[in-house]
Design a binder for this molecule. Structure first.
Ligand code: NAI
Length: 394
């Protein structure tokens, strides 16, 4: 019998995380603070699992409710490895659960309270936070060593990447258990430090930021996107902002910028603020940087655009690498799986040539306008890169 996994918060992420572990054969106990969300969870999960030949298909859709606020989705079966998913009451103690993953609202006090109430359960307490410090959450829990970050991407069943976040006091056994359970559920787990934005949300910033810098210099966003797509990127930076939503992108950028003491590498460009101010958020409003426009062919200087953006990506990745608790290979894997990049930041820099990339950073720094001074200076960790790759080929 596989270990039981608990999930708290059954919104977009929590429901997907419950599905991930259920599909891997774990009994899952799941809850949400809102009754209507708990009530609809059974049907939503059954529908999702049915799509994969799971519970719903073999057991007629499940969703039958038991007593005392408990809903049970279908019986466990060894033949189909279908997991029993139980929707439990919010005050369920999760005793006997190997790990509980919280995916409630992004609020430090709420997450501390939710995980703090489970200190006696003995479970590993995982948070799916995307922007809070895992250490800060752990500091509010009586068993901080058992608190770890387990950052899934949306949609959790489809996205293979999980960032495993270790704060300073994290218990290695708790980290190992979380890794084993996530890998057993088919995820690629990348260890990362408890730093703002973790890997993907931080190392992706230059992809958008450098494109916005080019826009500020008068470039057509469609040309920037065409250059990146011709180099193998599935979506150009502006199309990606439009897909995510300019509002979401702005708030992520502002969050990392504030947490990194306003360093110019995380400059928030006026053009992004203007998109939000004017409601041109991208696909969800039907109008964005490139949404609703016709694509154009790559410009004559497409290679220079790609070099510039990949140089900025490599510098950011090198800065994170120098902070420790992460490998170059881990960063590249995270960028490929988390953003569908054709190559990671270091892989791209190696393909361009590390010396060329460094020269490009120095060129950009020399030409930077006053409000971006210091943005492109090669980070101190830059000199470590060749060694890092010799030791850790990716
Ligand atoms: P959501 O708003 O879809 O779902 C949150 C759920 O938590 C709601 O159903 C709500 O009723 C429930 N909830 C709120 N307070 C609660 C409490 N005190 N007790 C029990 N349940 C409570 O949010 P979403 O998008 O699923 O995000 C959840 C977490 O996952 C957040 O920390 C977010 O930062 C993180 N995350 C979100 C990603 C995304 O793309 N949406 C990606 C990765 C992480």
């Amino acid at each position: 019998m596989r270990e039981t996994v608990g999930v708290i918060g059954l919104g977009a992420m929590g429901l997907g995380i419950a599905q991930v572990f259920a599909q891997a054969g774990h009994p899952v106990q799941a809850t949400d603070g809102v009754e209507a969300v708990r009530d609809s969870a059974s049907g939503r999960l059954a529908a999702a699992l049915a799509g994969r030949g799971g519970l719903g298909k073999k057991h007629g859709g499940g969703g039958a409710k038991g007593g005392a606020g408990v809903a049970v989705l279908g019986p466990q079966t060894g033949v189909y490895r279908a997991a029993q998913v139980t929707v439990v009451a919010p005050d369920h103690g999760f005793a006997g659960t190997a790990m509980v993953v919280e995916a409630v609202v992004e609020d430090l006090a709420v997450k501390r309270a939710i995980l703090g109430a489970l200190a006696a359960s003995g479970a590993v307490l995982a948070t799916n936070t995307s922007s809070l410090s895992v250490g800060a959450i752990a500091a509010g829990v009586a068993t901080p060593g058992r608190v770890i970050g387990l950052h899934f991407f949306n949609p959790a069943p489809a996205m293979r990447l999980v960032e495993l976040v270790a704060h300073r006091g994290a218990d290695p056994a708790a980290l190992a258990l979380a890794r084993r359970l996530a890998e057993g559920a088919g995820k690629v787990v990348v260890a990362c430090p408890d730093r703002p934005g973790f890997i993907v949300n931080r190392c992706a910033r230059p992809y958008y930021g450098e494109a916005l810098a080019l826009l500020e210099e008068g470039r057509d966003p469609r040309e920037v996107d065409a250059a990146m797509m011709a180099a193998g990127y599935r979506l150009g930076p502006f199309a990606l902002i439009d897909l995510i939503g300019a509002d979401v992108n702005l708030s992520a950028t502002e969050g990392v910028r504030a947490a990194m003491d306003g360093h110019p590498r995380y400059h928030v460009f006026d053009a992004l603020r203007a998109q939000v101010r004017t409601g041109r958020l991208g696909r969800k409003t039907g109008e964005g940087f490139v949404t609703g426009t016709d694509p154009v062919p790559p410009p004559a200087d497409a290679a220079a655009i790609v070099l510039r953006i990949e140089a900025a990506l490599a510098n950011e990745a090198a800065s994170l690498l120098a902070e420790g608790a992460v490998t170059a290979e881990g960063i590249d894997t995270a960028l490929k799986l988390g953003l569908n990049f054709p190559r990671g930041a270091f892989g791209a820099a190696r393909a361009q040539g590390l010396d060329l990339v460094r020269d490009e950073l120095l060129r950009l720094e020399g030409a930077a306008p006053a409000h971006l001074a210091g943005r492109y200076a090669p980070v101190p960790g830059w000199g470590l890169l060749p060694d890092a790759h010799d030791a850790d080929p990716s």
